[in-house]
Design a protein. Structure first.
Length: 262
């Protein structure tokens, strides 16, 4: 299937590894030019080099820095001739007990996982509407649908973004001009973040990492963790010309882990 997005420009935030990189790879495979971002310049350049090899036609630009900072967001937008596709992503807030979180912890989580994507959406969607094509995909979390108690900062900040996007996506000024906004909700994906979380859990419980990972995999109907490429494939489809009638949706990608009918 031709996704009909070759030659378009995408901004993919937090994309030097993991789910963001999976999205960038899938878009590169469709011939989409990229501006990718992450905080660590070296790993970002390594990722960009690998992306360039996927399609000789595409241009891949990099902007290193924390996407939660206004100056980094401006640099990302300046690096992109026109934003046709925006993939919002950033690291997740740390786990913990809400009794120990200060107001500053909440502000940081809101900045990173709610206000940053909203700022980038604000800067790009009206231009998309004028040109008659736009795709926004926000990487959120399965925790939006089934909250995880120790991830209160993530549950709260991402739910705020989800509620905002639900309203915005339904504005005729956007939906009526072929601009869609959707959220992808990852369950357990085999990325550095998941490995780090397993290592912390192993340290706390005293159980070996592999035993914990196996128990976790067995709790997922697919009996395995997801791969970033599978996540990227869903992102590329939502960004395709064919997906123009899908907007305001929350798509769980979790190997069947969420137990509800809807
Ligand atoms: P990951 O493998 O740790 O990759 C995170 C990527 O984001 C890296 O490229 C990292 O590079 C970059 N990054 C982190 N914070 C950033 C910031 N403030 N500004 C710019 N770049 C930043 O993580 P992942 O597993 O792909 O997770 C991506 C998102 O999905 C996270 O929000 C995570 O909470 C969420 N999620 C993941 C899973 C899962 O199972 N993997 C499940 C649910 C939700 P630098 O460190 O160099 O900046």
């Amino acid at each position: 299937m031709d996704y009909k997005i070759a030659g378009r420009w995408a901004v993919v935030c937090a994309a030097s590894q993991g789910l963001g990189l999976g999205c960038a790879q899938a878009l590169a495979g469709e011939g989409v030019n990229l501006v990718i971002n992450a905080r660590t310049a070296h790993t970002l350049e390594v990722a960009a080099q690998a992306l360039r090899t996927l399609d000789p036609r595409i241009e891949v630009r990099t902007v290193a820095g924390d996407i939660a900072l206004p100056e980094v967001r401006h640099a990302v937008l300046r690096a992109c001739p026109q934003v046709d596709i925006l993939v919002n992503n950033a690291g997740g807030p740390p786990p913990g007990d809400f009794r120990e979180w200060e107001r500053s912890d909440w502000v940081k989580a809101l900045e990173q996982n709610m206000l940053t994507p909203i700022e980038l959406i604000k800067a790009t969607v009206d231009g998309m509407a004028q040109r008659g094509f736009g795709r926004v995909v926000n990487i959120t979390s399965a925790a939006v649908k089934a909250p995880i108690d120790i991830l209160g900062l993530s549950n709260g900040a991402r739910s705020g973004l989800t509620g905002f996007v639900a309203g915005l996506a339904r504005q005729p000024s956007l939906a009526g001009h072929n601009v869609t906004l959707n959220n992808l909700l990852p369950g357990a994906f085999d990325t550095a973040r998941l490995q780090k979380n397993l290592a912390v859990a192993a340290q706390t419980s005293g159980e070996p990492v592999e035993a914990l990972a196996q128990t976790r995999r067995e709790g997922i109907p697919a009996q395995r963790f997801g791969q970033a490429q599978e996540f990227g494939a869903a992102c590329a489809f939502l960004c395709s010309a064919a997906a123009g009638y899908i907007t305001g949706q929350n798509l769980l990608i979790d190997g069947g882990a969420y137990p509800g009918t809807f």
